[in-house]
Ligand binder design. Structure first.
Ligand SMILES: [Fe+2]
Ligand SMILES: [Fe+2]
Length: 130
């Protein structure tokens, strides 16, 4: 059972971005499955690395569009991205250093963050970026 399911209500009306959000949901579900099945540390680290890298790729993609379309509200949006970048990197480093584990609580935080960010902040830019 996935912990989070994509729904049309999450669409921001830009195909490429919807695809990237779907990939983030997929990575979070993969991480959840690995945690639940008590897969080894190496596998969890591998998925986490992918999540860190893909999150950064996705944020950069949005931020480049903000530049291209001179999006007025980009500063607050980029700050939200940077806050999460920082949290995910810290979380990943802790796991690598053996100072933490992937918990349902952390996953729930990441999913709630993503859903809220898409529904509020990402949806706000959709009419300005095309
Ligand atoms: Fe996004
Ligand atoms: Fe965003």
């Amino acid at each position: 059972m996935p912990i989070c399911t994509w729904d049309i209500k999450y669409s921001v009306g830009i195909d490429e971005i919807d695809k990237q959000h779907q990939k983030l949901v997929l990575l979070l579900n993969t991480l959840y499955d690995a945690m639940k099945d008590e897969d080894g540390k190496a596998k969890l680290e591998h998925i986490l690395n992918e999540l860190v890298e893909y999150t950064d790729y996705h944020f950069k993609f949005e931020e480049e569009l903000f530049e291209r379309y001179s999006y007025m509200d980009k500063t607050a949006h980029i700050k939200e991205h940077n806050d999460l970048r920082e949290k995910v990197i810290k979380f990943n480093n802790n796991i690598k250093a053996g100072q933490g584990v992937v918990t349902q609580e952390i996953l729930k935080f990441l999913i709630d963050w993503l859903v809220r960010h898409i529904l509020i902040s990402d949806k706000e830019y959709s009419q300005h970026l095309s």
